[in-house]
Design a protein around this ligand. Structure first.
Ligand code: SAH
Length: 232
């Protein structure tokens, strides 16, 4: 394990070299990225690489995105601190933790129960209280809609209409769209009846999938509550 001090220095360098120099200019995003300890969201063996310009494995065949992608997606939502945000793909909970500092409340869905459970424990340990996690592989959290921002960190083959329908007026949806290696990071914004789309360029994410082995919710008796939510 690297010392805390060295990790703090590495994090500061990450913000400067990978973010500020590469198109991340929202001061709230830079501050949040400087605060959240990325090394807490990966296994100890990867801690020394937590602030490098790379994706890292988080178990279940999934990965935590590059710091710059996390910052870019967060910045694209143009959050000011009062928003309600939906995230698809909690994974390690790292992006969730960043969003929790940028928005008022975050609802986050993860299809793999073991990842959701570990993310819930990490967020709890960090004292984060404005996040709601649920084990689900659906397309959103309709009974909490509309959301001012929606961020998906798994790629959909095309823009899911059901997610767009959960956007509040003026709200933004950022997600990778495409298959395999042909994906683009899109930002859609609802403006009245219209939706505008901006393409931030090619990207590479894991695919958005249905429930593992056809089951969206954990069995009764596991750590999640009856409705599939985890206390954070
Ligand atoms: N943002 C995460 C990265 C997670 S990788 C982080 O910071 O660590 C993408 C995640 O999306 C994976 O954990 C995967 O299990 C999850 N996922 C894929 N399809 C999903 C769906 N339909 N609903 C919810 N989660 C999904």
């Amino acid at each position: 394990m690297m010392g805390d001090m060295r990790l703090r220095v590495a994090r500061r360098r990450m913000v400067h070299e990978q973010l500020e120099r590469h198109g991340i200019h929202d001061p709230r995003v830079l501050e949040a990225m400087g605060k959240v300890a990325r090394h807490e969201f990966v296994d100890d063996v990867f801690a020394s690489r937590a602030y490098g310009p790379n994706a890292l494995p988080i178990g279940g065949g999934q990965t935590i995105s590059h710091p710059r992608i996390v910052a870019l997606m967060s910045q694209s939502l143009a959050l000011r601190g009062t928003e309600r945000v939906l995230e698809i793909g909690t994974g390690s909970g790292y992006q969730t933790a960043v969003l929790s500092l940028l928005a008022s409340e975050v609802w986050s869905l993860e299809r793999i129960p073991a990842l959701a459970e570990r993310a819930a424990a990490r967020l709890r340990a960090l004292g984060i209280t404005n996040v709601h996690l649920r084990v689900d592989a659906g397309l959103g959290w309709e009974d909490q809609a509309p959301f001012d921002g929606i961020l998906a960190s798994a790629a959909a083959p095309e823009v899911p209409g059901r997610l767009l329908a959960q956007l509040a007026p003026g709200g933004r949806l950022v997600l990778p769209v495409g298959r395999g290696t042909r994906q683009n990071l899109l930002v859609l914004q609802r403006r009245g009846e219209d939706v505008t789309t901006r393409n931030l360029g090619p990207c590479r994410f894991v695919p958005m999938l249905g429930p593992p082995s056809g089951r969206a919710r954990p069995e009764p008796g596991t750590a999640a509550g009856q409705d599939g939510t985890y206390p954070v």
